[in-house]
Design a protein around this ligand. Sequence first.
Ligand code: KMH
Ligand code: ZN
Length: 283
Amino acid sequence: MFQRGYKEMKDKLIITCAISGAEVTKEHNQAVPYTVEEMVDAAYQAYQAGASIIHLHARNDDGTPTQSKERYAEIYSAIKAKCPELIVQVSTGGAVGMSREERSDVLNIEPEMATLDCGTLNFGGDEIFINTENDIIYFANKMNDLNVMYEMECFEKGHIDSTLRLIKKGIIRGHLHYSFVLGVNGGMSGEERDFVFLKDSLPAGATYSVAGIGRYEFSLAELSIKYGGHVRVGLEDNIYIEKGVLTKSNRELVEKVVAIAKKYNREIATPKEARKILEMGEK
Ligand code: KMH
Ligand code: ZN
């Protein structure tokens, strides 16, 4: 009986909402949150719709991205005050061009979860999102020291291979949770064969979530729901609710995933259940 209940819980769907990002602006979609109040409202609405994790990039009030620990602390504690059980996953990716020291400042607030970007890729035009092997080791060591759970962001298969090498060396450790970010201009695309290749390349016992960029958001969400993975949506990744129609909110994007999950009889995990599925300790 206990076994069955445990399995049912493990089958639940973790929805992450990437509410803000670092690159998308209000010029793209008015619903992109900048201020602390806007961040809290976006997080709360997404949580109410079914998100158990918020992927957070801090912004200054004028919308510029920042990795400042003071700004993150302000937003993080305001979100926690409004929704204490929600998992707030901070970004150590920051924005393209930031140094690793700048990007890692946020870890000083000792969040319960953060991203660990697992390789370099082109990011459109002249942009390169740099994550050297030493960068990955630097972030992983810092998160190990501060007891921060990491979600490994992989934009292509080579990034998974890099994690396997670092797992062997004992640098990446703990429960292995991956996020495939597919469809970036410069990264791997988000067709079914790409997704299947990645999920089949993971080490035993790993869990994964999928973030489809732009037009891939909902097709990949559906695939991941079908195959037993987890899903990330949000304005960071996609600003449309359907082709050519701007979404009204992060909440609406989460609601659309919940509707797809219903079709496949995947129940939605609460934050407490998500913590268990991801084998996170209590913070
Ligand atoms: N803003 C991108 C350059 C992450 O959050 O860890 C990197 C990013 C990844 O969004
Ligand atoms: Zn991000």
